[in-house]
Design a protein. Structure first.
Ligand code: TXA
Ligand code: MG
Length: 345
């Protein structure tokens, strides 16, 4: 039985009891919804893996309600960590540091490090602060599917498998936190997010690298798995509006009769609707990567609801927040991207 409570109801006592009994509570954060368990309870954390169908070598992020709580979880809060938490917490930034023994191996996927973050969401902070429990929480979706950006998405994936969902409405950011590994001399971004490389470099005053090992062995175990994927095939189209129209027309003339969707921006939405009757047209908004990030997972889930078989999406410039958006889009597409210039379209 999954109980749903609105974030403005008195949900804390109920959630606290469930967490203390080793149960699972899904809750909103500013990035995506998390599926939480008491991070110090190994058995409870095991249930997270079962509910999500998540590989056991993929570690969980531990959420805290106060900056100083990090001291209990990691061996050494180094200078970079201090500067980053000062500037960006509460917020969409996860720090990887050497863990203390209080973190069970189940949470860290067998690694000697742990990811910690303080979310910037009123409901999440209330839950964390009033219960005082460090909460291990991955995104609250079935493994491999797009992360949930509202409570309905969580219910779609996990009803009956978890004990409670706290409904805090739509999330603010829409893609998962930036993960920075601070265990080596040079900080490395293991997963890009809303807090960009430039923002981090400015605060710690030195160069930060992206984890470029993604294609071989990424340092964040989760980055090697299929991710964020809709049921249909997502194909990224890199080209002008005219090229995109020509390409899709060509494909439909080739007799493809599967249900098709196009994800575009407001500027072209109506034109595409007039051009392609019977094709579902979605919009990322005004073309800004930040707004698109907020909508991406919801659109991919809507495509699933409509049983779309082929989804064409426009691409974004890989700079600033476009970088993290494209990271999710490329993974959701399994790196299927067509350069329409090169194809001579
Ligand atoms: O925004 C977020 O971070 C959301 C919300 C709920 O806080 N959480 C989230 O968790 O995205 P999850 O489990 O879906 O993704 C966590 C990622 C995985 O790729 C995992 O491999 C990586 O973080 N990770 C966790 N602990 C790690 C560690 N100690 N070392 C390297 N990577 C780690
Ligand atoms: Mg996830």
């Amino acid at each position: 039985m999954t109980v749903v409570r609105r974030g403005n109801e008195n949900f804390i006592k109920e959630a606290e009891k469930i967490l203390k009994d080793g149960g699972l509570v899904a809750f909103p954060t500013e990035t995506v919804y998390g599926l939480g368990a008491d991070a110090t309870n190994e058995e409870a954390c095991k249930k997270i893996y079962m509910a999500k169908g998540r590989p056991s070598d993929n570690p969980l992020i531990v959420h805290i309600g106060r900056k100083e709580d990090i001291e209990n979880l990691v061996e050494d809060v180094n200078d970079d960590a201090k500067k980053l938490t000062e500037e960006f917490w509460p917020g969409p930034l996860t720090l990887i540091l050497k863990k203390r023994p209080i973190i069970p191996d189940r949470v860290s996927g067998g690694l000697d490090t742990v990811g910690v973050r303080m979310p910037n969401n009123e409901v999440a902070l209330k839950l964390l602060r009033e219960t005082g429990i460090p909460i291990a929480a991955p995104s609250a979706n079935i493994s491999g599917k797009p992360s949930p950006t509202n409570a309905q998405h969580v219910l779609q994936d996990l009803t009956g498998k978890i004990d409670m969902v706290i409904d805090g409405g739509k999330v603010n950011i829409g893609i998962e936190s930036t993960i920075v590994d601070l265990t080596e001399d040079i900080p490395k971004i293991l997963r890009p997010g809303h807090i960009t490389k430039e923002m981090i470099e400015k605060v710690i005053g030195k160069e930060v690298l992206y984890d470029d090992s993604v294609k071989s062995k990424p340092k964040a175990p989760g980055m090697k798995y299929k991710h964020y994927s809709p049921k249909g095939i997502l194909i990224l189209l890199d080209g002008t509006y005219e090229q995109i129209v020509r390409y899709i027309k060509m494909k439909s003339q080739m007799g493809i009769r599967d249900r098709i969707a196009i994800i575009t921006t407001d500027k072209y939405k109506n034109k595409l609707m007039d051009t392609f009757l019977g094709i579902s047209i979605f919009s990322y908004g005004n073309g800004d990567a930040e707004e698109a990030s907020k909508k991406l997972y919801e659109i991919l889930r809507e495509c699933d609801d409509e049983d779309i078989k082929i989804i064409y999406s426009v691409v974004f410039d890989k700079k600033d927040r476009g970088y993290s958006l494209m990271n999710r889009l490329e993974k959701a597409a399994g790196f299927r991207q067509i350069d329409l210039d090169r194809e001579g379209i």
